[in-house]
Design a protein around this ligand. Sequence first.
Ligand code: PLP
Length: 360
Amino acid sequence: MKKIKLFDPVTDKKESIAIKKVLDSNYWASGLGENNVKLFEKKFQKFIGSKNSVCVNSGTAALSLALSLCNIRDKEVILPSLTFVSTAHSVIENGGIPVFVDVDPKTLCISTEQISKKISKRTKAIIPVHFGGMPCDLKEISRLCKKFNLILIEDAAHSAGAFFNKKRIGKHGSFVCFSFHPVKNLAMPTGGLIALNDKNHSIQKKKLLSKRWCGITNRHGSDYDVKELGWNYYMNEFSAAIGLVQLKKLDIMNKKRQKIALRYSNELDVEWKMPYDKNSAYHFYWVIIKNRKKLRDILSTHGIETGTHYKPVHTLSMYKSKIRLPTTEKIGKEIVTLPTHPNLSKTDVDRIIRVINNSV
Ligand SMILES: Cc1ncc(COP(=O)(O)O)c(C=O)c1O
């Protein structure tokens, strides 16, 4: 029986050729982010239509560095608890206070109603997560940001290529943080990018370039200076070379994901499931099932891998608090995530749908 993986990068000869070229060049990485890294930065920025951008080596680094420009020390940052822990870590790392908000049961994106209830005098920023590639309500979130003078930082780890209001995700918030981890829609060995959309994007980019390489500035030949702390967060040449190939086929790959999601949404006999939206990048497809273990076990015996994104952050030991987020907590126990990657054949999708419908 053919195993069906939950995530599976789509590669062909072009990625192999790109890697070999970098390998043979003996120029594999540089803190300066030249060659393929610079080219990827330029091409991805053009693709999403942001004002500026900075490549980094992960989505986690993107979030961390973006927040380092937001002066959040002792300030509150609103975010969903239904996310990968990096979203919350980036707040703590920069001295901020994460304020977790429940999600909308329809989309599993942050609930805008709940955001309004949590805004206080100490609130400095909002980090919506485009969950599973489904765009959050950026119109309402932007309105709240404007009204209360808050910074909008989007966690777009799942949504490379997605749209909101006819514009690509990446063109809206002050900072939009992408991940190019191998499981993501645009896959690299490791990688991330911060898209910048504020008026002062050039100054922000300069700061970020220094922060992503140990605080180094004013480099002339072998001379340089360091004025503040920085990290080794730069992207390597292999990742960027693969990313350039992946970017060319991202829309085609996302279309395939959407086709699979449309089938799930039409054919799965499950009441609570991810809606179909042509703007979504469908990083995965989710269903909410009471007896999750049973369904996952059955799928596993049929060679179908599934996931449980995510264990809510506010229930993890480090973040444990008294807050109650009823929808998030229920989803944390009942969500099953299904594969949508473009390596799935029609027969694979038929099998996934058949096994689920026979067991619910
Ligand atoms: C929602 C979300 N945010 C941030 C990240 C972090 O990205 P990376 O793994 O590239 O550091 C991930 C990765 O899984 C994610 O799913």
